[in-house]
Structures are given as structure tokens and as C-alpha cells.
Design a protein around this ligand. Structure first.
Ligand code: NAD
Ligand code: UDP
Length: 310
């Protein structure tokens, strides 16, 4: 059993990864500046002596004493509304933050998983997206602070792997949902669920024909945990290939919440990807992984969590 660092561990995905690492018998050091995360996400662990919380901005140098056996680098604003509000912080955490984290991985000879994203494919011209597709990103558009930070993060990670032999892994995460998502983070699921449960109109951006593929968080965490234990340095897509339009997603949420809300159209944000769906062949072969939780099961659990917190 060892010590695992989780950057962004007070966030949605990071807190679930923290749970997983503890349940596997590790000690966990969460490093988070709480810019978009919350200690509420770790409240259920407050009496666990194996968890240490360090409030720190990972773009600033960080010294960790003692051995480290693994690093999960998940610090970064992730919702489009968040990264549009914090574009410079987002660029800094993907670049300077990743540089600091890779330095720790090198010094401690620890394997490191860095959280990349389907946004590296931009508004994709290849569908579904395979890892060898280089993407279609607007380098100066509003989303570029996130997309280019993550692309730089991948380049820096590969350079540390090639130059210093750091045991790096890159996970390209596709839209993930589940309990603990911030109610007001602005992503489609929290928006639609809060609106449906409050009897408000569901805000559809554009005509709702754009597609996404939603992965339940426990499936994602399982894929990341498997990836940590491989020696694969090339990027690996983790996501659920079940693709649907945003309108269909809204209809599913209305059906499952029993809400009588209707749709209300809003302008489509600039550079909003028109389609998105992971090709998960690499994860299937390399990790013997594929998602197991259906949208209905995942939504049921997420709706319960949202009802409790609303
Ligand atoms: P989140 O906002 O809930 O969590 C991010 C966490 O990082 C927060 O707790 C935040 O406070 C922390 N953080 C941000 N900047 C920091 C800094 N400079 N120093 C220390 N902590 C910092 O978002 P999430 O959905 O849990 O996303 C986690 C990671 O997964 C991100 O790297 C994101 O890019 C990636 N990702 C998520 C999705 C998704 O669908 N949720 C998809 C693709 C990629
Ligand atoms: N979206 C929407 N209504 C909302 C929030 C988002 O129609 O209230 C759309 C958004 O335009 C995008 C999709 O839902 O096409 C997913 O958006 P999200 O912000 O969750 O993440 P993205 O996949 O764009 O990173």
C-alpha cells in the first residue's frame, strides 16, 4: 500500500478517485485550491486518518515529503462556464501546474495519470474520435484556454516521458456525470437536472441537435484506476460510446424526473462541438475496460443525489 497524490481531489471526479484510492488501502494527499471544488465532496472522509488535505494552488511550487507511489493530476476548471470565468487560471493549471506535478513524479519516480479531455479533438471532423485523430481546435476562440491548456499538458507529459522516462499516462475523458457535480457548474446535466426538479424550463443551446456521450463516474474511475496500473504512455479515451442529441438527453431527464418542464432555446455558444463520441477500442484492448452503468442507472443515482442537495 502506498501514498497517492490527487490534485483536484476536492472536485467532482477527484473526490471519487480519492474514494477509490482509499478503498484500495492507500493513503491519499489531496492538493486543491478549491477554485471550483468544495470540501463538501470530501466531508464523508473527514474522520479517515489516511486522508490529508492540502489547500494549495498547484501552479505554485509544491514540496511533498516522503515517498509517493502514484499521482492523479485532475486539478483544472472543467465546465465551460468555469473555464470561461477563469481562462488564465485554466491555462496556468494545465501548463505550470502540470509542470510542477511532472517534477514531483520525476523526483519520486511515481507513475502519474494526467487528466486530458475529449476537447483536445475540438469540433471534431473524425467521428467517433480515435486517439490518433489530431483534432480541430480553434486556438484563439473562447474555449481555447481549456483546449490548448490540455493539448500543452499532453505535449509536456510526453516530453517528460521521452526525456526523463517518467511513467506517464494520459486519459482523455469524455463527458462524465454523477453524484457530487456542482449544482451550478453550468454543464448540461446539472443545468437540466436542477431545472427539471425546480419546474423551470430546460435551457437548450442551439437546436439541441449537437451530440454528446455520457459516462457514469464509477465507470470512468474504474478505467483511470486500470490505466494507472499499466505502462501505457499514449493517450487513452475513456468514455461511454452511447451517443445522443442534447434534446434526447433533455427528454430522458424529463422522463426520469417526472417533470412537466418544457424546453427553452438559447443561443449556441461559439465553437460548441457538434458531435462527440469516444472510440474506446484502445481502452477495451489495453485495460479490458468498458462502461457497465446504463444511462438510466447512472441518472437514477445522480437524480437522488441532486434531490438531496437541492
Ligand atoms: P471540478 O471543477 O469538479 O474539479 C476540478 C478540481 O480542481 C476542483 O476541486 C478545483 O478546485 C481544483 N483546481 C483547479 N485549479 C487548481 C489549481 N490551480 N490548484 C489546485 N487545485 C485546482 O471538475 P471535474 O469535472 O472533477 O474535472 C476534473 C478533471 O477532469 C479536470 O482536469 C478536467 O479537465 C478533467 N475532465 C473532466 C471531464 C468531465 O466530464 N467532468 C471531462 C474531461 C476532462
Ligand atoms: N448545453 C445546453 N444547455 C445547457 C448547458 C449545455 O444545451 O444548459 C449544451 C452545450 O451547448 C453542449 C452540451 O450541452 O452542446 C454539453 O455541454 P456541457 O457544458 O455539459 O459540456 P461540453 O460537452 O460542451 O464540454
Amino acid at each position: 500500500m502506498g501514498r497517492i497524490i490527487v490534485t483536484g481531489g476536492a472536485g467532482f471526479i477527484g473526490s471519487h478517485l480519492t474514494d477509490r484510492a482509499l478503498s484500495e488501502g492507500h493513503e491519499v494527499i489531496v492538493v486543491d485550491n478549491l477554485i471550483t471544488g468544495s470540501l463538501e465532496n470530501l466531508a464523508h472522509l473527514k474522520d479517515d486518518p489516511r486522508l490529508t488535505f492540502v489547500r494549495h494552488d498547484v501552479t505554485k511550487p509544491l514540496e511533498v515529503k516522503g515517498p509517493v507511489h502514484g499521482i492523479l493530476h485532475f486539478a483544472s476548471p472543467a465546465s465551460p462556464e468555469d473555464y470561461l470565468r477563469y481562462p488564465i487560471q485554466t491555462l496556468k493549471v494545465g501548463s505550470l501546474g502540470t509542470h510542477n506535478v511532472l517534477g514531483i513524479a520525476k523526483a519520486k519516480n511515481a507513475p502519474v495519470v494526467v487528466a486530458s479531455t475529449s476537447e483536445v479533438y475540438g469540433d471534431p471532423l473524425v467521428h467517433p474520435q480515435t486517439e490518433d485523430y489530431w483534432g480541430n481546435v480553434n486556438p484563439v476562440g473562447p474555449r481555447s484556454c481549456y483546449d490548448e491548456a490540455k493539448r500543452f499538458q499532453e505535449a509536456l507529459t510526453m516530453a517528460y516521458h521521452r526525456m526523463h522516462g517518467v511513467r506517464t499516462r494520459i486519459v482523455r475523458i469524455f463527458n462524465t456525470y454523477g453524484p457530487r457535480m456542482r449544482l451550478a457548474d453550468g454543464r448540461v446535466l446539472p443545468n437540466f437536472l436542477c431545472q427539471a426538479l425546480r419546474g423551470q424550463s430546460l435551457t437548450i443551446y442551439g437546436d439541441g441537435s449537437q451530440t454528446r456521450s455520457f459516462c457514469f463516474v464509477s465507470d470512468l474511475v474504474d478505467g483511470i484506476w486500470r490505466l494507472l496500473h499499466t505502462e501505457e504512455s499514449d493517450p487513452v479515451n475513456i468514455g461511454n460510446p452511447a451517443e445522443m442529441t442534447i434534446r434526447q438527453f433533455g427528454e430522458k431527464i424529463l422522463e426520469m424526473t417526472g417533470s412537466a418542464s418544457r424546453f427553452q432555446q438559447r443561443p449556441l455558444p461559439q465553437d460548441d462541438p457538434k458531435v462527440r463520441r469516444p472510440d474506446i477500442t484502445r481502452a477495451q484492448k489495453l485495460l479490458s475496460w468498458e462502461p457497465r452503468i446504463s444511462l438510466e442507472e447512472g441518472l437514477r443515482e445522480t437524480i437522488e443525489d441532486f434531490r438531496r442537495r437541492l
